[in-house]
Ligand binder design. Structure first.
Ligand code: 5GP
Length: 207
């Protein structure tokens, strides 16, 4: 079995991470790669379009803090007034089962996971311009969004973009199909790295 791979995808909300992931995973599955998506736990309000357990595990701040104290999270962060965290078990099971696990988290989360798993692959999805990003954020407003939350997202976006060079790869999402191609190429190449397919040598020699 191949060793699993943790892929962290960050980028400002509105940069198109979710769409790139969704389309990219479909293509990766077609070429036989075994992928999984990490479901984070959050205390933020569930949007009408979101499903508990699929988009996030929605919980209360009290329960989140309890889980945090119990060491349930590999990383966590406070974004706005809400907690977000990646359960340790998500990463452990993907690594043990040899899958490619996609973790969609922010800069802070990336830094924490990278210190735990230095071999994690990190990708930053960049908008072509702040002007376009502002337009995208305004047009995909969630029902639970207030003007303050939107303002906060725009200022956080600028902060995260400043640190994009901490990531292994930057994908500029100008034309979606090109961005998806870039994403698929990165994952395919990373999954062929010799450290990740050590078993191939034994397999070939044994037949
Ligand atoms: P949103 O509320 O728009 O779904 O997410 C807000 C921000 O939190 C995004 O940048 C998203 O990538 C990030 N995020 C989502 N889940 C996690 C998580 O488990 N940990 C961290 N650190 N950030 C997360």
């Amino acid at each position: 079995m191949n060793s699993g791979m943790v892929v962290i995808l960050s980028g400002p909300s509105g940069a198109g991470k979710g769409t790139i992931l969704e389309l990219g995973i479909e293509l990766l599955k077609k070429v036989g790669l075994d992928t999984a998506l990490s479901v984070s736990t959050t205390t933020r309000t569930q949007a009408l379009t979101e499903i508990d357990g699929i988009h996030y595990n929605f919980t209360t701040a009290e329960k989140f803090r309890e889980l945090l104290r119990a060491g349930h999270f590999a990383e966590y962060n406070i974004y706005g007034a809400d907690y977000y965290g990646t359960p340790r078990s998500n990463i452990k099971s993907a690594v043990e089962s040899g899958r490619i696990l996609f973790v969609e988290i922010d800069l802070n989360g990336m830094r924490q996971i990278k210190s735990l798993y230095p071999e994690a692959v990190t990708i930053f999805v960049m908008p072509p311009s702040m002007h376009l990003l502002r337009e995208r954020i305004m047009s995909r407003k969630r029902d639970s969004d207030t003007p303050e939350k939107i303002k906060y997202r725009i200022s956080r976006a600028a902060e995260e973009i400043k640190c994009a060079d901490e990531y292994d790869y930057i994908i500029v999402n100008d034309t979606l199909s090109d961005a998806v191609d870039d994403f698929v190429s990165i994952i395919k190449a990373e999954s062929r790295k010799s450290i990740r397919i050590k078993n191939i040598i034994k397999e070939v020699l044994s037949v």
